[in-house]
Design a binder for this molecule. Structure first.
Ligand code: BES
Ligand code: ZN
Length: 871
């Protein structure tokens, strides 16, 4: 099953043929689909070259060139290729007739069945499971697609672009022809056929064109589409206002699909979405989920320019479209909502997931040099680190020049397939008009793309009180694979300084320092000749994705936690303090005075922020993630870290019980406002519930049970979260109520599955077995699998139990999932990435389970990850 051959960037060669147009004809029958393709092919070279097309599980019925059937000596079929030995040396038509069977396809790649409808997923290499084709992103064609099917079974027939024709045929069949006027690579092809209901709307572009918006859902789900439609319109408007980019087709279609490996897919004019990212309102989705949906809708929409109109030359360029588009969706959310909070959320995600990936066995550069399975490369490094690189460019260039650069890039490469180097070069050219004017070292900046790992920056200060000058020395360390080279990065550092005695006012304005050498010094002159050592606020807004070690004191961090006017830096100071406290507690070196000072700081913040900024307050009160805490230890004891983290919450809950009670009464009046209003208050109530429930407040437990029924999903889920670590009768009661209320809604029910799988139960693994055998559990839906099996990996005490049973169970389940869905399995197996960092006993047991997976007959996708993990 597995051949682990790696693909190398250095092996890239242009495809020797152009395929300007492709005509596809789908005849959907009862138990198979007949696919006819007609491609106009133009050889690029004068001499004849073999024509190689990719194919997977396709039954070829006929093959002809310019109307003449080929004989068996003229071509060759291997399990994954069709080779035509001597194609004509001038333009010709290749016609193929073939059959595929989407009805037995469980991989959710290519054409497959989801709840009775046929749907496609072609990125990255799924098109080759539909018909023989080069299936590489640098071959762009104009697609025309005809679909024919039974009118009752498949009343809706969709493909990319604009509708050209529709009509009835004999035998209760009908046909529709779709035409996409924009050349596109095969991975953007889509087809949907089934019983779907349509919700329509309209958007008028800046230039006055009317765009037909249509959302397709299963019967009964129409009522959950308004949020997606509103989000789409906001995204369309934002891209016009901020980037000057308008939508190009006459129609924009979104289909909601229950069985989907990823979140959503940007197929030209026909986005396909995991139903959990479309179907939502305040009753069924939390505030965070509503924001997530808004941003994913925007993300796929933004791809129309950054991804579709300009696509990737090859999959090594993946971050060209994904990093840039994540940056764009982050900016969108930031502009629409609270930019300070959004930055904190994005950084927290980056540190808990991308930094962890970069420390582990699957670490890779944003622009890797080789890969085995491309599906394994849709990682947080390509996405979120990729987005950080664009963010740094924005900061280095300034917003205005950055926009000029982006517009120049888009003009230059519209309609083509580009590389990340094309992007950077044209960005700089457009920004500065001439590359020579660039104010930072571009070659060194590019190391961000080529080097893996998180750079470290060491900061040391010395204060000259006579001259009121703060000297700051910086040192960067890159853990490069090129041991004999001195790698230097361009690290933009936003900083400011505060005087201790002046009520917390900054004594220098925000400034940018560019660390572009291994060592470099900065001199900061205090504005008013202050005599006391000021407090340095550094890496404001998290201006570059590095790990920073400073000589700031605990008092400095306490100061910044109270006073810093940058949301991120303020939050980060609190996180540093909390990490320090939890670490001390775990090492049995409790620092009572620090705990005391920290609790007092919280009390002061509560007093000063009160109801004005609930969102910030609740964010400041949120503990560091477990993944971040784990990085503080040489040998990780996951159960102990989890317990000490809870203990610390109990302590805070007890110490500020009264303050939190008063606060919650004050803000309660605001929680019923419509999203996004009232969001900060709801979030704060949730945080308060968690603290107070842990502190044993009986009244709060009752409130939580009551919140399950009849309030918003945000409050219901906050209540569940607060009760989760308790293992109390209220926890059971709330969970049961929630289940009864939502058992008919699969999207919401997944959150219940995840809840049950991740909370601690006395019966341990048996509970997970029961969930997997539950009548509402669907083995073919990745959402459900991730809810239960992914949820179980967060069930710290059960998953990490010292007898290794949790690991073994996980391994067995991953092997099962791999049999039906390798893409989902190879993502899940990364749960084991950190095995080497754990205590010896856990490590040994985890190792055994990984070996078990490795010994099984697994897909090449999963094999690639497992082998990396074992290395
Ligand atoms: N192009 C991807 C979806 C994709 C990736 C499909 C890999 C198949 C294989 C899409 O634009 C995307 O990035 N989706 C993300 C969500 C997004 C908001 C970051 C996803 O699906 O998780
Ligand atoms: Zn994307």
């Amino acid at each position: 099953m597995s051949t682990n051959k790696s693909i190398k960037l250095s092996d890239y060669v242009e495809y020797p043929f152009l395929i300007p147009t492709i005509y596809l004809d789908f005849d959907i029958c009862v138990d198979l689909v007949e696919v006819q393709s007609s491609m106009i092919i133009e050889p690029k070279l004068k001499e004849s070259s073999r024509l190689i097309l990719q194919g997977n599980q396709i039954k070829l019925l006929s093959i002809s060139i310019n109307g003449k059937e080929l004989n068996s000596e003229e071509y060759y079929i291997s399990p994954n290729e069709l080779i035509i030995f001597n194609p004509p040396i001038s333009k010709f038509e290749l016609k193929l007739i073939s059959q595929i069977d989407p009805f037995i396809n469980t991989s959710l790649e290519g054409l497959y069945l989801s709840s009775g409808m046929l749907t496609t997923q072609c990125e990255a290499e799924g098109f080759r499971s539909i018909c023989y084709h080069p299936d590489r992103p640098d071959v762009l064609s104009n697609f025309t697609v005809r679909v024919e099917a039974d009118r009752d079974l498949y009343p809706i027939l969709l493909s990319n672009g604009n509708k050209k024709y529709s009509g009835n045929l004999n035998n209760n069949r009908h046909e529709i022809v779709w035409d996409d006027p924009f050349p596109k690579p095969s991975y953007l092809f889509a087809l949907v056929a089934g019983k779907l209901n349509t919700v329509s709307d309209e958007y008028v572009t800046k230039s006055g064109r009317s765009i037909d918006i249509k959302i397709y859902v299963e019967t009964g789900d129409e009522k959950y589409t308004q949020h997606a439609i509103t989000s789409l319109k906001k995204a369309m408007k934002w891209d016009e206002d901020v980037y000057g980019l308008e939508y190009d087709l006459d129609e924009y279609k979104i289909v909601a699909v229950r069985h989907f490996n990823m979140g959503a897919m940007e197929n030209k004019g026909l986005n396909i979405f995991n139903s959990k990212l479309v179907l939502a309102d305040e009753e069924t989705a939390t505030d965070d989920e509503l924001e997530r949906i808004e941003s994913v809708i925007a993300h796929e929409y933004f791809h129309n320019w950054t991804g579709n109109r300009i696509t990737c030359r090859d999959w090594f360029q993946l971050s060209l479209k994904e990093g840039l588009t994540v940056f764009r969706d982050q900016s969108f959310t930031s502009d629409l909502h609270n930019s300070g909070i959004k930055r904190i959320e994005d950084v927290s995600f980056l540190r808990n997931f991308q930094f962890t990936e970069d420390k582990g066995p699957t670490s890779h550069a944003v622009k890797p040099k080789e890969y085995v399975a491309i599906d394994n490369f849709y990682t947080t490094t390509i996405y979120e680190k990729g987005a950080e690189l664009i963010r740094m460019l924005e900061l280095l260039l300034g917003k205005e020049k950055f926009m000029r650069g982006i517009n120049f890039y888009i003009k230059t490469f519209d309609g083509s397939a580009a590389t990340t180097e094309d992007f950077i070069n044209s960005l700089i050219k457009g920004a500065y008009l001439d590359k020579e004017n660039c104010t930072f070292n571009l070659t060194k900046f590019l190391n961000w793309y080529y080097e893996r790992g998180t750079p470290k920056v060491y900061v040391n200060q010395s204060w000259n009180s006579e001259k009121s000058i703060l000297n700051v020395s910086f040192e960067q360390k890159i853990n490069s694979d090129k041991t004999n080279e001195n790698i230097e990065m361009v690290i933009p550092i936003l900083y400011s300084c505060y005087g201790r005695g002046n009520g917390g006012e900054p004594i220098v304005e925000d400034k940018l320092f560019i660390l572009d050498k291994n060592k470099k010094n900065l001199q900061i002159k205090a504005l008013h000749g202050e005599k006391d050592l000021p407090v340095l606020s550094i890496f404001r807004r998290f201006s570059s994705p590095v790990i920073c070690e400073t000589d700031l004191s605990i008092d400095d961090y306490l100061f910044l936690f109270l006073k810093d006017n940058d949301y991120f830096s303020r939050w980060d100071s609190g996180q540093i303090l909390m990490r320090e406290i939890i670490k001390n507690n775990i090492n049995k070196r409790v620092n009572y005075s620090l705990e005391y000072a920290f609790i007092n700081a919280i009390k002061e913040i509560i007093k000063s922020l009160e109801i004005h900024d609930s969102f910030l307050l609740s964010t400041l009160l949120t503990l560091p993630g477990l993944a971040e805490l784990e990085t503080l230890f040489e040998k990780v004891d996951p159960i102990n870290i989890y317990k000490e983290s809870l203990n610390f919450q109990v302590l805070i809950g007890n110490k500020i019980h009264q303050e939190l009670r008063v606060l919650s009464e004050n803000i309660l009046v605001n929680i019923n406002q419509q999203w996004p209003m009232g969001r900060g208050e709801r979030k704060l109530i949730g945080t308060i519930w968690s603290y107070l429930a842990l502190a044993g407040d009986e009244g709060i437990k009752k409130d939580c049970v009551e919140a399950i029924v009849g309030s918003s999903m945000t409050m219901a889920r906050s209540a569940l979260r607060a009760l989760k670590p308790l293992d109390s009768p209220e926890t059971e009661e709330a969970s049961n109520l929630f289940y009864d209320l939502w058992k008919e809604n699969p999207v919401v029910l997944d959150s219940w599955f995840a809840y049950e799988a991740s909370r601690s139960h006395k019966q341990g693994i048996n509970v997970i077995e029961k969930l997997l055998a539950h009548s509402k559990f669907d083995w073919k839906a990745p959402n459900a699998i991730r809810a239960v099996i992914g949820g179980f990996s967060k069930n710290i005490e059960s998953f990490h139990s010292i007898d290794g049973q949790g690991y073994l169970f996980m391994a067995e389940k991953i092997i099962e999932v791999d049999k039906i869905n390798p893409i989902t399995a190879s993502r899940m197996v990364k749960i084991f990435s950190k095995w080497k960092t754990y205590l010896d006993k856990n490590k040994e047991e985890m190792y055994k389970s990984i070996l078990k997976i490795n010994k099984a007959n697994i897909s090449s996708n999963t094999r690639e990850v497992v082998e990396l993990i074992l290395k």
